[in-house]
Design a protein around this ligand. Structure first.
Ligand code: SAM
Length: 352
């Protein structure tokens, strides 16, 4: 098969044999990438129209008990500025987000033990009570199943937990020994069984990643059938052990977005902040490659520069109004419109 045939097969069968996927990722031209993007965009347009879902992201804490080698808020980064938002501050972010049209709130943070399950449940209950028409998405890392169940019972709907890499040996190169690939994968299975709309995902171009690793990621995504997939380029942070590593590329990330769209047509697929950080206009290119979600920041301006996962993150000088307007203009400039609404997953379990 040549690359065009591989892309045509992906479009038709929604899957490719492992060896063909690996060949495709190892050597593809810009023409191949644009060919995949036009097919992926057509698939997304047929399902979602010219619409992009907006989610407001609240970065609730830059404290983290983990020490992931790539991450700027890892616990051993003594230069990281730490903060945590109070329950009232989080509710204020949601209130401001609501008036701007957001109907999904994403609470993301480091794994900060200050947020006990009781505190998290209390926050979820208040958001659920004050904004009953909104979806609540959590991205708070690995917990025990009983904790996830409590969050779900309190009214949370969705959970984002990137698997980071589907290869256990690659996982071990990105994380300290106390973090286990098996546990992270178990968390994803627990979340889905509990009933969360679940998101997995990985960084593109993370240190030591090979084309074979990315193929494992794609095959895992296909098999797991998440409702959401978050991928973005790895970007080094100056105070981490990976400070000298090369970033992932826009090109690879765009190509993978298109492949994912072809493999899982209904999946909710964000054009991430990291994509907009490695290149101006990266998120718009992500939409044109098949993404259909953008998550502007609705965190208070005074904490934004403290949630630094990687260098030069965009949007730190903005407030919630400018973040939203900037992204809305960008989306409109490429002929798309933002959707006010929860933007739930629309696919069945079998049709992808
Ligand atoms: N603590 C939660 C967790 O573990 O899922 C959520 C926050 S964590 C910082 C969110 C995501 O940021 C991670 O899943 C990782 O893929 C991404 N991330 C961290 N450092 C990054 C970097 N240097 N470049 C790109 N993405 C990064």
């Amino acid at each position: 098969m040549d690359n065009r045939e591989r892309i045509d097969t992906l479009e038709r069968d929604r899957i490719l044999p492992r060896a063909e996927l690996e060949e495709l990722l190892q050597a593809y031209s810009d023409g191949d990438r644009l060919y995949a993007a036009s097919k992926a965009r057509a698939v997304a347009d047929a399902i979602f129209g010219k619409k992009v879902y907006f989610r407001g992201i609240v970065e609730i804490s830059s404290y983290c008990k983990n020490d992931c080698l790539y991450c700027g808020i890892r616990r051993s980064n003594r230069s990281a500025q730490r903060y945590r938002l109070t329950e009232d501050e989080i509710l204020d972010c949601c209130a401001r987000g609501y008036t701007l049209g957001y109907r999904t709130f994403v609470l993301q943070g480091g794994e900060d033990p200050w947020y006990t399950d009781d505190r998290i449940v209390s926050i979820i209950r208040r958001i659920r009570r004050d904004f009953p028409d909104c979806a609540i998405t959590l991205s708070l890392g690995e917990k025990e199943r009983g904790s996830y169940q409590r969050y779900f019972d309190a009214g949370a709907n969705r959970y984002l937990l990137r698997h980071e890499t589907a290869s256990p040996s690659h996982y071990a190169k990105l994380h300290p020994p106390e973090l286990s690939w098996e546990h992270r994968m178990q968390c994803l299975r627990d979340l889905r069984e509990i009933g969360f709309q679940t998101g997995c995902g990985c960084m593109v171009g993370s240190p030591y990643q090979t084309a074979a690793d990315l193929v494992e990621d794609l095959l895992f995504m296909k098999e797991f059938r998440p409702q959401m997939i978050g991928i973005g380029p790895f970007i080094p942070h100056k105070d981490t052990p990976f400070r000298e590593e090369s970033p992932g590329t826009l090109r690879d990330t765009l190509f993978l977005l298109s492949i994912i769209r072809l493999m899982l047509p209904h999946v909710l697929l964000p054009a991430t902040t990291a994509l907009g950080t490695i290149q101006e206009g990266g998120r718009e290119q992500g939409i044109l490659a098949g993404a259909n979600v953008i998550m502007p920041n609705i965190s208070p301006p005074q904490v934004r520069e403290k949630y630094m996962l990687y260098d030069n993150k965009i949007g730190v000088g903005d407030d919630e109004v400018s973040s939203r307007d900037r992204v809305a203009r960008a989306v409109e400039s490429i002929g798309y419109e933002i959707v006010v609404g929860r933007g739930d997953y629309q696919g069945g379990m079998e049709d992808d």
